[in-house]
Design a protein around this ligand. Structure first.
Ligand SMILES: Cc1ncc(COP(=O)(O)O)c(C=O)c1O
Length: 403
């Protein structure tokens, strides 16, 4: 067990040890890790780090103590609302990540349903492809979740969603796009359903929120999914994913900021008086806010458009390369940045191919349903794709020839 040392060690030695510890991590800079890391250029990373460090010590809980942080946060939220269809009534909160944004959306819907609909222990209805964070939140918040099967194209089946709604339901939840298959649920149809049935509708755009609008700008057919869609109540979009900010950066946006009263926690029954927070966290790092602000202002629409082009080109290049490999098939549809592929050769087990790729230093994501390999594209992966495809072809042959 590690104990606190009696005496301190000098920083240069500690820094060497920190760097040493990373030696066995996947080589993300070499494009071998297509999850967890979102990296564009070394220059953008440096800007993000410097902005983070500028606000390393400040605390985003202290809005009156740090008007600078409050201003940065407001500007980031406003830029997000502008990108994601927020109208004049929209509002939002900067959170620590997708999980916190989703948690707060569900908490808001729960308290809204309690107050405005008199439902005590409300239920969430969602397609099975929705992120696990929704069930995590429901577990913490003592709510029930009903997950409905998908259509054959992996999108939410509206009939099944509709059939699952009952008098205890308060919320429908859908993804734009979902992590498991990378496809958009039919947000407009679900919005119309939510409106008709008087339900809260949360759109999880954690993954695609900062990529999809730009992919649309460069000509990809991205369906309507944002706050401007009638019936959408809230939307989550992570700036620490395709927004390329430091981790700890997400937005929870509301079509009507009036609803944020159900998000808020207000308390005064202790000796220090009123304690009011919009987030799960109390003390909050200001670094991610400054990073998000700096990265968004560095890139602008033009920069994010260029990133979208790099990602979508890489996906098409990867898909074409996989289709060239005997025995493999790209699973479609794939709307944005995620690609799944499987084996159509009974002598080639796709998980065995994945394991072999893992031995060659590639971090491989395995999809359970369908049985496939799952890869998320981002710019740091793009230059490694030729090597990836060469290794993939060799691994398929190896598995085919190994009994
Ligand atoms: C669609 C979607 N929602 C939510 C999340 C959870 O985000 P986080 O890991 O930032 O909490 C993810 C993460 O990949 C996601 O892809």
């Amino acid at each position: 067990m590690t104990t606190l040392p009696q005496l301190g060690t000098n920083w240069s030695e500690l820094r060497d040890r920190l760097r040493q510890m990373k030696q066995d991590d996947y080589a993300w800079r070499a494009g071998r890790l297509p999850v967890y890391i979102y990296h564009y250029t070394e220059e953008l990373l440096r800007i993000s780090q410097e902005a983070y460090t500028e606000f390393f010590t400040e605390n985003a809980l202290g809005r009156t103590a740090f008007p600078s942080v409050a201003k940065l946060e407001r500007e980031v939220i406003e830029m997000g609302m502008g990108l994601l269809g927020g109208g004049p009534r929209a509002g939002g909160t900067f959170t620590s990540g997708g999980t916190e944004s989703i948690f707060l959306a569900i908490k808001t819907a729960r308290d809204w349903a309690r107050k405005e609909k008199g439902i005590d222990c409300p239920k969430i209805v969602m397609p099975v492809s929705g992120h696990a964070a929704a069930d995590k939140a429901a577990d913490y918040l003592r709510m029930d979740v009903v997950r409905t099967p998908l259509q054959s194209d992996f999108r939410a089946d509206i009939e099944l969603l509709q059939a699952a709604i009952d008098e205890r339901s308060c919320m429908v939840y859908a993804s734009a796009p979902g992590y498991p298959h990378g496809v958009f649920d039919p947000i407009e149809e679900i919005g119309a359903l939510a409106k008709k049935r008087g339900l809260w509708f949360h759109v999880d755009a954690c993954l695609g929120g900062f990529l999809a609008p730009l992919a649309r700008e460069i000509g990809y057919p991205i369906p309507a999914f944002d706050l401007s869609v009638p019936g959408v109540s809230s939307l989550s979009a992570d700036i620490h994913k395709y927004g390329f900010a430091a981790k700890g950066a997400s937005l929870l946006l509301f079509a009507d900021r009036e609803h944020q009263k159900y998000q808020r926690f207000e308390f005064s029954n202790w000796p220090r008086g009123a304690y009011v927070t919009d987030t799960f966290q109390g003390s909050r790092a200001a670094g991610p806010i400054a990073s998000a602000w700096a990265v968004m202002n560095t890139l602008g629409h033009a920069g994010y458009r260029e990133i979208a082009r790099v990602i979508m080109d890489a996906k098409e290049r990867l898909a074409a390369g996989i289709e060239q490999i005997n025995g493999l098939r790209v699973i479609r549809p794939s709307d944005l940045c995620i690609l799944l592929y499987d084996s159509i050769d009974p002598t080639v087990d796709i998980y065995a191919v994945g394991d072999r790729m893992g031995e060659k230093g590639w971090y491989i994501g395995k999809s359970i349903t369908p049985k496939a390999i799952h890869i998320a594209l981002n710019p740091v992966v793009a230059p490694a794709l030729d090597d990836y495809l060469a290794d993939l072809a060799a691994c398929v042959e190896h598995v085919r020839n190994t009994k």
